[in-house]
Design a protein around this ligand. Sequence first.
Ligand code: GLU
Length: 414
Amino acid sequence: MSLFENTLKQINRAASLMNLDPNVKTLMENPQRIVEVNIPVKMDSGSLKIFKGFRVQHSNYAGPYKGGIRYHQDVDMGEVTALSAWMSIKCSVVGIPLGGGKGGIIVNPKELSLGELERLTRGYVRAIEPVIGPDKDVPAPDVNTTPQIMDWFADEYCKLVGKDAKGVVTGKTLEHGGSKGRNIATAQGGVYVLDEVAKEKGFNPADTKVIIQGFGNVGGVMAQLLAKKGYQIVGASDSQGGLIFENGVDPDKLLGCKAEKTTVVNCDIDFGGKRVSNEELLETECDILILAALENQINEGNASNVKAKIVFELANGPTTPEADEILAKRGVMVIPDILANSGGVTVSWFEMLQNADNNYLTEEEALAKLLPIMVDGWKAVKANADKYGCTLREAAYVTALTRIEEKIKEKGIL
Ligand code: GLU
C-alpha cells in the first residue's frame, strides 16, 4: 500500500468532520505536479550510473512549494507524494505562507563517496531546475540530506540561472546563507509545543520519562533540549537498535559516544544501557515516546502495546491511521507530525526571507520568532480539537484545510 493512502484517509477524516468543500478536497487529493527524473552520475570507478529522482509539488495555494529532499534506498513516488501533501498541511497548520512539495532520490548515500554525492546532487538540480526557484519551489534537508548537500544544491542552481538565487534551497550552512537556529529548529519547535502540552496536562519535567526513537539530527537535539529542561531520557534508538537506561542518560554524552562508535547500541556498557530492538523500545514503559525516525512505526500490529501516555511525532508519518484509532481509544495523546515538527520548515521560511533581503537574524532572534508561531499553531489545533471533539491530528488537518480553503477561494481558483 502506498503511503499516500494514509494521507488520503487523514484528509478524508478531517473533511467529513468540518464539511470541507468537496472541490477543495479533490484539489488536495491530487498533487499539482509530479516530476520523475533519471540522473546520470559518473562514479569514481569511471562507470556511469543512473539514479532515479522525484519532485512532487503538491500545492502552492498558500505560497511557493516547500519541502525537503530525501536520499534513501527505499524512497518511492507514493512516499514522496505523501510527504509533499503533509508539507502543504504542515505549513498551513502554523499559518506560514508556503505550500507543499517534497523530493527524493533512490540511493543509499552511505555507499557513495563525497564526490559521487556531490555529482548526484548537482545532477538532480540540473534535472529539476525548470520547476524550482526561490519564489516557485524551495527544497530543504530531510532524511540523509545535510547542509553541505544544500550548499551544492544552491551553488549549482545559481550557476544555472547566472545570478545569486541561493534562496532556492534552505538548510544551507551559515557560510552560504543558512539561517542561524535552522539546525535545531525542528526540535526547538517541538519543545515549544511540548511546553504547551505540559501546561495543559500539568506534568512536571523532572517526573517525566522520555524515550526517543531515532537518536539522530532531530531526535538527538530534542533529547538534549529536553534534558536541559529536566526531563529524564530513559531510552534511545537508531537504525541499529536501541538502549534502555533505568536511571536515565545524559544525551550530550550519548551523542558523543554515538559519534565515536557509529551507533547508540555500542554505547551500552559506557552508560549501563540495556540493549533492546527497535520494536521493544516502542513498547517500553515511559511517559513520552518521541518518534524521530521513519514512517509507519506505530501501526495496527503494535499500537495496543504502546505504553507511553503521549506519542510525540518529530518524524513525518510515523503513526498509521489504523494505529491512530487504537491509540485514541486507549486514551494515548498523539501530538501530530504536522504540528510537532513544523519548526523546521518555519525557520526555513525565515531563511528564505533572510536570503531575499540579505539581512540575517541571530540565533536568539530566530528562535524567539519561532516561539509564537508554534504556540499559535498549538492553540488553533487545540481549539479545533475541543470544537469538534476529535483527535489532535484531525484538528490539525481541520486547521490547515480551513486556511487552504480560504487561500483557494481568495485566489478565485474555485
Ligand atoms: N524536511 C523537513 C520537514 O519535513 C523540513 C522541510 C523544510 O524545511 O522545507 O518538515
